[in-house]
Design a binder for this molecule. Sequence first.
Ligand code: FAD
Length: 401
Amino acid sequence: MSMSGFTENQLTVREAVSTVCAQFPNTYWQECDQNEQDPKEFHSALAKDGWLGIALPESILGGSGLGISEATMMMQTIAESGAGMQGAQSIHANVYATQPLAKFGTKHQLESTIPNIISGKWRVCFGVTEPNAGLDTLRLSTTAKKLPEGGWEVTGQKIWITCAQVASKMILLARTTPVEKVRQPGRGLSLFCIDLDRSQPGLELKRIKKMGGRGVDANEVFFENYRIPADSLVGEEDNGFKIILHGMNAERCLLAGEALGLGYAALAKAAEYARTRVVFQRPIGMNQAIAHPLADAYMKLEGAKLATYHAARLYDESRNDPSIRQDTVGVAANSAKYMAAEAAFTACERAVLTHGGMGYAVEYDVERWFRECLVPRIAPVSREMILNYISEKVLELPRSY
Ligand SMILES: Cc1cc2nc3c(=O)[nH]c(=O)nc-3n(C[C@H](O)[C@H](O)[C@H](O)COP(=O)(O)OP(=O)(O)OC[C@H]3O[C@@H](n4cnc5c(N)ncnc54)[C@H](O)[C@@H]3O)c2cc1C
């Protein structure tokens, strides 16, 4: 990847994070994936050097005060090191799901959680998706019922919750007012920061067998009258959807960075193989049928890179510049996530094909990255929903759903 045009902060982050990642070779990630083994040593190494607080303000205990532009670079560097989506996902929620907490949490909530998250003592998961709502987040049905004696009782089911097996905390979006009773469609959901206390009644986790990044657990989470204290509520009751919207553009940028890292890793490995693998007495890279698709994949990644860091910069600058509207940031962040995910897919697929039969062997890593490159196309928002969004918001076409 060309490194020209990045800021000094971004380059410093890239160099320092690369040094941490270098302790975790591809064989480490192969084993995590093959044995469904949590990369806890990797999480601890990043926490030890303070990286989990990269995008939290310095005023919040232990935060580095950098922006999403630097956090995106960190996530790209992690994925590009060979850790792929597996490495990125093992810390993703710690970086991202703490954003709404940092902005809307009370002093007590911040003091009692953030230092433990940054230090790596506690891991975090993000509980939004539900089996019966899908991408229609406003239809979430997991409820948090206020108890007369104080506190809340949570009942319902979440699905695809990454790291729930190892997390001590969940940032949970749950319904506090029935959908029929809300004044506006965006109201009625509330955000909570809760303990995942497996010794308490009413909480059950079920690990999902999945295609890639198998070291990082994904789960169904079942709540049945699960009690949480009154001070778990983050921000205003019934306003949780708006609160998480605040962090969604940041998450799109981080995901775009992760996809880019994966794509560049696959492309570098493919180019190396194409230079050295000799068939018909010449390197396979001499064949344009091999070289051109790799050149094409490179340009797609470079285009997506510009879109990604443009979106991250707009996100950061919009905090102090009211002339940068949030819908402008939204269009940029969604477009970047879409382009980076598509470019990563192209690069990972070409990397497998360039390796021929060896593309199918675990030892060469590209099969692992190919399995993982589907994730940024699906989550946290699918490519179809981004196309819907651009059609409606930019092209002013009628809403299709
Ligand atoms: C590896 C992984 C990790 C994840 N981690 C988390 C996590 O930590 N926390 C969390 O809360 N969630 C997580 N998710 C969930 C993820 O965000 C959702 O899977 C994603 O948002 C898609 O939702 P869905 O699976 O319910 O798809 P559905 O809503 O069921 O959609 C299925 C398909 O239909 C399409 N579709 C639906 N409606 C329309 C429409 N109107 N127009 C066009 N197409 C449409 C979608 O684009 C998609 O292709 C994770 C998912 C994966 C795969």
